[in-house]
Design a protein. Structure first.
Length: 83
């Protein structure tokens, strides 16, 4: 595992209404959500990056306006036919 040092200015942490530890968690979650949204990370990998379990990660996606499942109506119809 690699470590990443990110400098968070005091005013940024205050703007987020978080202490430094809370700002760390928020920034990791935001990065994980964005990388998941861009299809660069799987659900499991994004949850691991955010430091949460998969169900919690999936439930937090809505906080960022990101859909947990990105499937078209046609894909859904095909999946239901195969079930």
């Amino acid at each position: 595992m690699s470590d990443l040092l990110v400098r968070v200015p005091e005013h940024t942490a205050r703007a987020l209404h978080l202490d430094h530890e809370g700002a760390d968690s928020e920034l990791l979650m935001a990065a994980a959500v964005k990388l998941f949204e861009m299809e660069r990370l799987s659900t499991g990998a994004a949850a691991e990056l955010a430091g949460v379990c998969v169900p919690e990660f999936l439930s937090r996606l809505a906080d960022y306006g990101v859909a947990a499942i990105d499937i078209t109506a046609e894909e859904l119809a095909q999946e239901t036919r195969l079930a």
